[in-house]
Design a protein around this ligand. Structure first.
Ligand SMILES: [Zn+2]
Length: 291
């Protein structure tokens, strides 16, 4: 299948922060606002979550739920066991490398940049300095917890300020795919946090995007909006088929069911169950300075 899946994602943790590495500076803050804060990523002056950032987050989930190798980016931060050594042979690729590509091989899935819907109201939020857990091994996924309220805007040691989008903000994005099998699209659907139960479409967990993940930021809920697929007709011609509403969910259910068939070798259910458990929302507050 070749086509696109248009989707929305809504911030469900208190904040989402996707930085650009840039910061703003206000020397005349008079303690009314912070003097330095890290700005949210922008394209043409508009707040935006870059497609590469969504792709990185979803790839990490695909890697975890499909017995794939662990990409270079994550290897530098995590201890990896032998069965997850990176793919080298282009004829023997793991599911994640086949979908997302690897050095010298273009991927077949891409995300567009995602822009927020409606009026956007970014907020400057104070967070503790990022702190890497010491026993950082294996695949670690952050839990969704509450962010402590830090209303004091004065500069303070071991804290920083970030420009963040609040809970409830909705973004629009598009997943473009080329030559995917139904099962491969199903694996993507699982990685976007969806599941199927008794043939119906449902949410299983909320993936995390952006920076400051250890600070209980970045959980988003994906929803499918419209699926457009180029289909080969009996006469050999391509036809565009568009699905909306419940029809998208029904199609994604079929794809997830296809991915679950063991012979596809794509979906690793026990890893997925473990991941879903790790994502379940916790009601306790994020520790202030230490994750
Ligand atoms: Zn691989």
């Amino acid at each position: 299948m070749t086509g696109k899946l248009e989707l929305t994602f809504t911030v469900v943790s208190e904040y989402l922060f996707v930085g650009s590495g840039a910061y703003e500076f206000d020397p005349n803050h008079n303690n009314q606002r912070p003097d330095v804060w890290y700005t949210f990523y922008r394209r043409n002056g508009q707040i935006c979550v870059p497609g590469t950032s969504i792709k990185g987050a979803i790839r990490a989930i695909v890697e975890a739920i499909s017995n794939s190798c662990i990409s270079q980016f994550r290897r530098s931060r995590e201890k990896v066991d032998k069965d997850h050594e990176p793919c080298r042979d282009q004829n023997k690729l793991c599911p994640a490398c086949r979908l997302f590509g690897m050095t010298g091989l273009r991927g077949r899935v891409h995300f567009s940049d995602a822009f927020p819907e409606g009026q956007v109201r970014p907020q400057i939020v104070k967070i503790g300095e990022l702190w890497e857990p010491r026993n950082y091994s294996g695949r670690k996924f952050y839990e969704v917890k509450r962010v402590p309220q830090l209303t004091d805007k004065r500069p303070q040691r071991n804290f920083r300020f970030v420009e963040a989008m609040s809970e409830g903000t909705c973004f629009r994005a598009t997943l473009h795919f080329e030559n995917l099998s139904e099962a491969e699209l199903g694996l993507m659907a699982y990685a976007l946090g969806w599941k199927t139960e008794k043939g119906t479409f449902d949410h299983a967990f909320t993936p995390k995007l952006g920076g400051a993940k250890p600070r209980c930021f970045g959980a988003v809920k994906f929803d499918p909006a419209r699926l457009t697929v180029w289909e080969v007709q009996k006469n050999g011609l391509l036809q565009l088929r568009m699905l909306e509403g419940d029809a998208v969910g029904a199609k994604l259910v079929r794809c997830m069911e296809a991915a679950s068939r063991p012979e596809t070798g794509l979906f690793h259910e026990s890893s997925w169950r473990r991941l879903v458990e790790g994502y379940q929302e916790k009601t306790d507050t994020c520790p202030r300075e230490m994750y």
